[in-house]
Design a protein around this ligand. Structure first.
Ligand SMILES: *[C@@H]1O[C@H](CO)[C@@H](O)[C@H](O)[C@H]1NC(C)=O
Ligand SMILES: *[C@@H]1O[C@H](CO)[C@@H](O)[C@H](O)[C@H]1NC(C)=O
Length: 204
C-alpha cells in the first residue's frame, strides 16, 4: 500500500519518526525531515528505492537500524550540520548508488554493516555473501575514517579551489591509502543480493 505514496509531509513538532513510517514507499522521491526530529527509528525509509533527496534537520541525533536500507537511488547524504551521534546496524545497507556522505564530528556510535553493499561509496565493501556479518563494525569504522579523510581533504581544497572534482573521482586519488581502498574489478558488475534474513518486523 505504501508503494502508492509519492509524497510525505511530516507533522511539525515531532521528535521521532517511528518504526516503518515510510518503509516500502518505493515511489517516494524527495523527503524533507522537519526541524525538531531527533530520532529516526528502524526501517523508517527502508526500501524507498526511488528516494534521491533527503534533507535532515539540525536536531537529528540518532539513525536507527535499516533506516535507509535499500534506498538504491540515494546518491548523496549530508549529515554534517546535524548532531548525529549514533548510526544503527545496516542503516545504509545496499544503498548501491550512494557516492558521497558527510558526517558530523559528534558521531560516536556505529552499528555493523552500516554501509554493506554501498559499493560506490567505498569500493572495499564489495558485496560478498560469505563475508556477511564478519568484522562488520570494524569495516564500518574504516569507511567512516575514509569519509572523514575525504571531508578534511575537501575542506582544505575548498580554500584554494572553488570548484570540486566530479563525483566518483575521489577513490582514484586514494592510491596512497595503504591499498585499503583498492577496488576488486572482477566483482564490479555483480548486483548485491539482499541478505536472506531480517524481516521488516524484527526488533533489535
Ligand atoms: C520493496 O517494496 C516493494 C513495494 O511494496 C515490494 O514489492 C518489494 O518486495 C520490497 N522489496 C523488499 C526487498 O522488501
Ligand atoms: C568471498 O569471501 C570468501 C571468504 O573470505 C572468499 O574465499 C571468496 O573468494 C570471496 N569471493 C569473492 C567473489 O571475492
Amino acid at each position: 500500500m505504501l508503494a502508492l505514496v509519492t509524497q510525505v509531509v511530516f507533522l511539525l513538532n515531532i521528535r521521532k519518526l517511528g518504526v516503518n513510517t515510510c518503509c516500502d514507499a518505493v515511489n517516494l522521491v524527495v523527503v524533507e525531515i522537519p526541524e525538531g526530529v531527533e530520532y529516526i527509528d528502524y526501517n523508517v525509509f527502508r526500501n524507498c528505492s526511488s528516494l534521491t533527496t533527503v534533507s535532515f534537520p539540525t536536531t537529528l541525533r540518532s539513525l536507527d537500524s535499516w533506516a535507509f536500507d535499500e534506498c538504491s537511488s540515494l546518491d548523496n547524504v549530508n549529515l554534517l550540520h546535524t548532531q548525529l551521534w549514533k548510526i544503527g546496524n545496516f542503516a545504509f545497507m545496499l544503498c548501491s548508488e550512494l557516492k558521497s556522505m558527510t558526517i558530523p564530528d559528534s558521531l560516536e556510535m556505529l552499528g555493523g554493516d552500516v554501509f554493506y553493499g554501498c559499493n560506490k561509496l567505498a569500493p572495499c565493501l564489495e558485496y560478498n555473501e560469505s563475508d556477511w556479518g564478519k568484522e562488520s563494525v570494524d569495516t564500518t569504522y574504516e569507511v567512516i575514517a575514509h569519509l572523514r579523510s575525504l571531508q578534511s581533504q575537501q575542506e582544505s581544497t575548498e580554500e584554494s579551489t572553488e570548484e570540486q572534482e566530479e563525483e566518483g573521482k575521489e577513490f582514484d586519488d586514494e592510491e596512497s591509502d595503504e591499498g585499503r581502498w583498492h577496488h576488486q574489478q572482477e566483482q564490479k558488475d555483480q548486483r548485491p543480493k539482499r541478505p536472506p534474513i531480517f524481516p521488516h518486523t524484527r526488533v533489535y
